[in-house]
Design a protein around this ligand. Structure first.
Ligand SMILES: NC(=O)c1ccc[n+]([C@@H]2O[C@H](COP(=O)([O-])OP(=O)(O)OC[C@H]3O[C@@H](n4cnc5c(N)ncnc54)[C@H](OP(=O)(O)O)[C@@H]3O)[C@@H](O)[C@H]2O)c1
Length: 280
């Protein structure tokens, strides 16, 4: 399965390229400098050159707060670019796996969110990602995988921030305890994307690691592993206002994923231990 990974220099993109190569696949990962997803001609040149059977799109404008003020750019990269990507996939006759987010929901759910729950994004980022999903799903060989709370090597992420603050001697840490979700280790998500692609899954699939926790619970585990003397104090979202609202409840229902792949999602704690040990 010759595979082109767009956004191949990002945190998830690198993990997807690495997992594919471990599987013995021919994988070409392209960063923004080589393949800008807003440039259709560039994408068409790459698929002409490489003839992929699968395209995995990990490219996105992921600075959630900046999306509020750089709306056009967010909509172009996360939304309208999917017209270019599906055109390129169609040109090559390739399957498409597109990565999306829990931010397409409004965060008011009280039970794990299934794939067909009504969307209602509360931020420009969420709106732009929803537009990308809609355009991706117009392509009949597309799979959209919604994930949440990513952490892993090679990118800024919450676990890296907490590790840095602990390293700088911050004590106590103050972390919000009223946002609930599934932390998700990028190498586990990469494996999931490949498994779903190999199973020829279509439509929308939710993926995240188990068990649900709050950012406070996640930070407490990091402190417990790295520096048990550090206190992690719970605070509310209201005490930490951000330009883009965060969903309060982001727990995605992963049963469709578990049914397709006949395996349970991995525990985030084992990903966290691997991540902290690697110091990447
Ligand atoms: N991080 C999370 O917590 C999270 C949660 C749920 C879903 N997701 C989704 O997961 C996917 C991967 O995210 P990530 O965390 O790996 O983010 P990331 O590290 O920011 O990776 C995204 C990559 O896309 C690239 N990019 C930006 N604009 C581009 C363009 N016009 N053309 C081509 N590439 C472009 C970025 O390059 P530059 O660095 O040069 O801008 C970056 O390398 C995204 O679809 C994101 O929406 C992320």
């Amino acid at each position: 399965m010759r595979t082109l990974v767009l956004g191949g220099a990002g945190m998830l993109g690198k993990a997807v390229v690495a997992d594919g190569r471990r599987r013995g696949r021919a994988v070409l990962g392209l960063g923004r400098v080589h393949a800008d997803v807003t440039e259709r001609a560039q994408l068409l040149r790459w698929v002409d050159e490489y003839r992929p059977e699968l395209i995995i799109n990990c490219a996105a404008f992921t600075l959630v707060d900046e999306c509020e003020t750089r709306r056009e750019e967010a909509l172009a990269v996360n939304g309208e670019a999917l017209e270019n990507i599906t055109a390129a996939a169609g040109h090559a006759g390739a399957d498409l796996v597109h990565v999306s987010t829990d931010y397409v929901f409004n965060g008011s759910a009280t039970a794990p969110i299934p794939e067909d729950a009504p969307t209602d994004p509360q931020s420009v980022y969420g709106l732009s990602k929803l537009r990308g999903e809609e355009l991706a799903l117009r392509y009949d060989r597309a799979l959209v995988v919604r994930a949440s709370w990513l952490f892993g090597p090679g990118g800024p992420n919450f676990a890296a921030t907490i590790r840095r603050l602990i390293g700088q001697g911050t004590n106590p840490l103050r972390v919000v305890d009223d946002q609930i979700g599934r932390p998700t280790f990028t190498p586990f998500l990469a494996r999931a994307l490949w498994d779903l692609a190999e199973a020829k899954a279509r439509g929308v699939v939710h993926y995240g690691n188990r068990e649900r926790t709050s950012w406070h619970g996640f930070a407490s585990e990091i402190a417990h592993i790295l520096a048990p003397e550090v206190k992690v104090l719970p605070v509310s979202t209201r005490e930490f206002p951000r330009p883009a609202p965060r969903p309060n409840y982001s727990v995605l229902d992963v049963s469709r994923f578990e049914q397709i792949t006949s395996r349970r999602v991995e525990p985030w704690l084992s990903g966290l231990v691997a991540y902290l040990e690697s110091r990447a």
